[in-house]
Design a protein around this ligand. Structure first.
Ligand code: CP
Length: 316
């Protein structure tokens, strides 16, 4: 594996399977009375967050602590960033405090890539603008594998070969969509994007997926439907006539849920806009994997930290 994880494209199919298989082993730690391994004792992980986060920041912290690493949490709010300190100087300051890995979230696409050029330790992208969020894609793939019995030694040899995944909604502003298209395709899934034309990137050439505009037509052909948050905070113009109109055409409610094959699952990376892209009863239904995704995020991020930092003791 590369020293850094900036993009889902950094992972070959074999790398991705190694992360998912390692996460499967590390998930067993959560079932122990003492949820800790000594693997990263003496290592320091810095969470460097310039944008808000609940799931990603907390699960990286939990993952690092379960592996016995020291964790430094940095939030731009209340720091010297407010006095004008640059990204580079902020990162070098944290590295001087002994960071072995920096987990970074930033509103600027490419910020983790720049950091990787300045720092000696590993850089993990925890979301950069509308670019990528590779660990979200890994935890989504892990969740799909578990729900469809595709783990190591099961059907498909750990891959997602032939599974049909439909990603719906605000693709334009979504780093989750881009990372998932790359990773799920690499793992063998057939990915379809469904969105209003205004919420699709202009240049989709080279994305290994199919594009559609009709959600009702796509649902009966989906094993997995992944609903995306409408990211109003990144919208500088009107991308659809009204929330009600968006919800009517692209929201997943119980009537649309009935169009899915019986075995299908509903995913959402969170945070959700209940009543906009997903109805509350769908989000809380047995088909929904929303809370499983959060729980799986800890195991997957443990695996990423373990593999990038090369733990001194094997997971056992
Ligand atoms: N899915 C996700 O990245 O959630 P947070 O913004 O809460 O980290």
């Amino acid at each position: 594996m590369n020293r850094h994880l900036i993009s889902a494209a950094d992972l070959s199919r074999e790398d991705a399977l190694l992360v998912l298989d390692t996460a499967d082993e590390l998930a067993q730690v959560a079932d122990r009375p003492i949820k800790k391994l000594p693997t990263l004792r003496g290592r320091t992980v810095v969470n460097l967050f310039f944008e808000d986060s609940t799931r990603t920041r907390i699960s990286f912290e939990a993952a690092a602590k379960r592996l016995s690493a020291d964790v430094i949490n940095f939030s731009a709010k209340g720091s010297s960033v407010g006095k004008g300190e640059s990204l580079k100087d902020t990162a070098l300051t944290l590295e001087a405090m002994g960071a072995d890995a920096v987990v970074v979230r930033h509103s600027a696409a490419g910020a983790p890539h720049r950091l990787a050029g300045w720092l000696h330790g590993s850089v993990i992208n925890a979301g950069d603008g509308a670019h990528e969020h590779p660990t979200q894609a890994l935890l989504d793939a892990f969740t799909i594998r578990r729900r469809f019995g595709r783990g190591p030694g099961q059907a498909g040899g750990g891959t997602l070969d032939g599974l049909r995944v439909t990603i719906v909604g605000d693709i334009l502003h979504s780093r989750v969509a881009r990372s998932n298209v790359l990773l799920l395709h690499s793992l063998g899934a057939e990915v379809t994007l469904v969105a209003p034309p205004t919420l699709l990137p202009v240049a989709l050439e080279g994305w290994p997926c199919v594009v559609g505009y009709d959600l009702d037509a796509a649902l009966p052909k989906s094993d997995v439907v992944m609903m995306l948050r409408v990211q109003t905070e990144r919208m500088s113009a009107a991308f659809f006539p009204s929330v009600r109109e968006y919800s009517r055409r692209y929201g997943l409610d119980s009537a649309r849920l009935a169009l899915l094959p019986e075995h299908s699952i509903v995913m959402h990376p969170g945070p959700m806009n209940r009543g906009v892209e997903i109805a509350a009863d769908v989000a809380d239904s047995a088909r929904s994997t929303v809370t499983e995704q959060v729980a799986n995020g800890v195991s997957v991020r443990m695996a990423v930290l373990y593999l990038l930092l090369g733990g001194s003791e094997a997971a056992q």
